[in-house]
Design a protein around this ligand. Structure first.
Ligand code: TMP
Length: 425
């Protein structure tokens, strides 16, 4: 064991089938290439062995092509993969957490993949993994792609200390052994148990969780993150929340999508009272306490446990809504509402609160598209303007609320949302 309690100093990961679930993009692109070669294969199952090993090798060995035909097919493959295939991919859930933990313990991390360097780097960057690795060993030409051993040696030439290779195929394990280092099989990828066992790894892990425990020596997870989405009614936060959850999931995060008021049984019941058009006589102070009461349950039952187990919570609205709606909108005052909520939130505040700011008139239009407005949505436009001013005040006062311009198409707004998250994930 080294001084941080890790068994190894250098951790070398295969990419496809070990860090990312790359099958869709690879198989779609192989099918495209085979069609171009007038040799279509519609059964995707038959093409599964193409995920991982060098493509030329697979075309020759699996489809019995000549080397020359295989090279031509690979060029068609690359044409589609470069355009669309590399994005038809996702990171296995738990991988970012594992990499973060290894990094925090001082490990050196590397990738050794048969994927051409151009594509390997594109995938790592597109899925937010590029920052973790000290070196990416990937082939610059077809010749280099043929030998995983050469790629592993590239890593070992620059990284010193005890190394281990993690991969999902026998070629990964055999390459590591040829280099004299230990290998661990990732059975959640594309290889079979028999294939991995016959290559002789020191261990086989069935899940990313098992692998994390084996590599880091503990079950403990790094805390996740808490993101809240804020704004006036009709600002588009549900759409953005959905897009954000999906974006995070494809990057390997466990995502808990929730909302306020609500998010758990007790709080959903309080939501019914709060939003029912029948509770017309409710005072602002009663409203503030009810939102805080629902929040206190939601924090303890859902948000805190999720963040503690390493998940990313994406919550529609949180305490900033109370400050803007009850503090500013109902005139209770920002400080009074903060105070009401202090015990409710129990120190659990968003790592990033994103305020989707949009012209209340535009939001109003979107609200009118909703033909069954709730009690608060029935407030007049003047109320929503005051709420917006409330958000603006909070954003100006402290760094807890980040304004994002929410005008324009959902995809444009989403790019701004992602920009606001830089640094927390
Ligand atoms: P929703 O329509 O976004 O689910 O939110 C329900 C309504 O509740 C919305 O009009 C905003 C309002 N609200 C507050 O007034 N204070 C709060 O603390 C929260 C969470 C929501």
């Amino acid at each position: 064991m080294n001084k941080s309690g890790l068994e190894y100093d250098v951790y070398i990961f295969d990419l496809d089938g070990t860090l990312t679930e790359s099958e869709p993009g690879i198989i779609n692109s192989v099918q495209y290439a085979l069609e171009k070669m007038n040799a279509p294969v519609s059964d995707r199952q038959l093409l599964r062995p193409f995920v991982g090993p060098p493509l030329v090798y697979s075309f020759v060995n699996t489809l019995h092509m000549t080397e020359d035909e295989a090279m031509r097919t690979v060029r068609f493959f690359q044409e589609r993969y470069r355009r669309a295939g590399y994005l038809e991919n996702s990171v296995y859930t738990g991988i970012p957490n594992m990499l973060r933990k290894l990094k925090a313990l001082g490990a050196h991390l590397a990738v050794a993949t048969a994927k051409p360097k151009e594509f390997a780097e594109k995938v790592l960057a597109a899925f937010g993994l590029d920052g973790y690795f000290d070196i990416v060993a990937a082939p610059m030409d077809e010749d280099e792609a043929k030998s995983k051993e050469r790629l592993v040696r590239k890593v070992l030439a620059v990284e010193s200390g005890r190394a281990v290779m993690v991969g999902d195929r026998d070629l990964d394990i055999l390459a590591a052994k040829a280099c004299g280092i230990d290998a661990i099989g990732a059975l959640y990828g594309y290889g079979t148990r028999e294939e991995l066992e016959s290559a002789g790894p020191v261990a086989i892990c069935e899940t990313v969780g098992e692998l994390t425990k084996l590599l880091t020596g503990s079950d403990e997870v790094m805390p996740g993150a808490f993101i809240s989405l804020e704004g006036c009614d009709g600002c588009g936060k549900s759409t953005q929340g959905k897009m954000l959850a999906q974006w995070l999931e494809t990057r390997g995060y466990e995502v808990v999508r929730t909302r306020e008021p609500g998010g758990c049984d007790v709080a959903e019941r309080v939501r019914e009272i709060l939003l029912s058009p029948d509770t017309k006589g409710m005072t602002g102070i009663c409203e503030a306490y009810l939102f805080a009461a629902a929040r206190s349950q939601h924090v303890r039952e859902v948000i805190k446990p999720a963040v503690e187990r390493g998940a990313v919570v994406v919550c529609d609205r949180f305490v900033h809504s109370s400050i803007a709606y009850q503090g500013a909108g109902r005139g209770l005052g920002i400080d009074a509402v903060r105070e009401i909520n202090a015990i409710a939130v129990d120190g659990c505040l968003p790592d990033v609160a994103i305020w989707l700011d949009v012209d209340p008139a535009l939001a109003l239009e979107r609200r009118f598209a909703n033909n069954n407005p709730d009690r608060i949505e029935r407030e007049n436009a003047g109320f929503m303007n005051v709420v917006r001013e409330g958000y603006a005040k909070i954003a100006a006062m402290d760094g807890t609320l980040t304004r994002v311009d929410a005008s324009g198409e959902p995809e444009e707004v989403f790019q701004r949302v992602v920009g606001a998250l830089k640094g927390i994930l």
